[in-house]
Design a protein around this ligand. Structure first.
Ligand code: 13P
Ligand code: SF4
Length: 321
């Protein structure tokens, strides 16, 4: 990072971002996994669904997207007239990388009548081949909206897919993809934590490798298991605010703990896995946000033909939300 990007220390950087934001008529959107100082300077912090809803309705000319590449693409697809900037093009996603448009086309050929539901963690080209997009916040709702006699191809996250099948009591064809951060949150890893903190509520993201197992035991009323809730990241933040519990074990990327602790200073939030850290989300720094606004980099623009097709799947999802 060139020294010029950080002129006179943190205060100047925050002031610089604020000034540039005003001059550019920009809005800063941040995912819940971003580093604290990026979350703190954002106009809106949320999950994939909330971020796409805000991107759809903002009146700003420029969206600085502090998240990963597929999120910036989604914002550009929804708001093609706006300039969408991703402060670091290295912010990818291991889950989105598990499937591309060629693989999806081949899968569709094997199931010509199927409805394709794609998790938002996919490239624009994959969304363009899909009938519906969904996020962790609305996947069950999206699948429930599809007539029960239709075959469904669900991609790319197999743990979210298994969770949706369990909740909808419906069989689907599920792509065998996983996010390396969430797949590592297995029952073995967290059992000891659960034993240590029996008084805590347990919040689980549906991308986790443990999700269906805990849901199963929780619904069966297993007395060895604390109160278990499965949520998107925003659902977890909302639940933490509303719950009367004082202690929470959190099974997702650890960036979310900043907002939970900030909003609930009297409650205790513990990660089930301290090293559940997404290096892609952490590539974005305050310096890079400043540079992004100063130099108007790096623009994420989806070619019109792909964007027009991908938009249909996203709009279907947003209408349901
Ligand atoms: P949500 O914030 O939509 O729950 O997504 C989690 C995630 O892994 C995004 O990359
Ligand atoms: Fe992708 Fe996983 Fe990182 Fe989310 S946490 S951006 S799914 S690699």
């Amino acid at each position: 990072m060139p020294a010029t990007i950080r002129p006179n220390g943190r205060e100047d950087l925050v002031a610089g971002v604020t000034r540039l934001k005003r001059e550019r008529n920009a809005v800063i959107l941040s995912h819940n996994y971003q580093i604290p100082e990026v979350q703190d300077i954002a106009d809106y912090v949320g999950d994939s669904l909330g971020l796409s809803q805000v991107a759809a309705r903002t009146e700003a000319d420029v969206i600085v997207f502090c998240g990963v590449h597929f999120m910036a693409e989604t914002a550009s697809i929804i708001s093609p007239q706006k300039k969408v900037l991703l402060p670091d093009l290295g912010a990818g996603c291991s889950l989105a990388a598990t499937i591309d448009a060629d693989k999806l086309r081949a899968w569709k050929k094997e199931h010509p009548k199927a409805v394709v539901v794609s998790y938002v963690n996919t490239t624009a080209e994959v969304k363009a081949e899909s009938d519906y997009a969904c996020t962790s916040g609305n996947a069950v709702k999206v699948v429930n909206s599809i007539p029960r006699d239709r075959e469904i191809l669900f991609l790319p996250d197999m743990f979210l897919g298994a969770y949706v099948m369990e909740k909808t009591q419906r069989k689907m064809e599920v792509w065998p993809g996983e996010c390396h951060v969430h797949a590592g949150i297995t029952p073995d890893v967290i059992n000891r934590k659960l034993e240590e903190h029996r008084d805590a509520e347990f919040l689980v993201h549906p991308e986790c490798g443990c999700v269906t197992q805990f849901l199963y035991f929780s619904e069966k009323g297993d007395f060895n298991l604390p109160m278990t809730q499965v949520y998107s990241t925003e659902g977890m933040v909302r639940h933490a605010r509303q719950s009367s519990a004082n202690k929470f074990l959190v099974a997702t990327e650890t960036g979310i703990l900043h907002r939970m602790r900030k909003e609930n200073p009297d409650k205790t939030f513990l990660p089930v896995k301290e090293d559940a850290v997404c290096q892609y989300m952490k590539t974005i720094t305050l310096e890079k946000v400043y540079r992004s606004l100063r130099d108007m980099v790096y623009e994420v623009k989806v070619p019109k033909e792909t964007a027009d097709r991908a938009r249909l799947s996203i709009e279907r999802m947003l209408q349901l939300a």
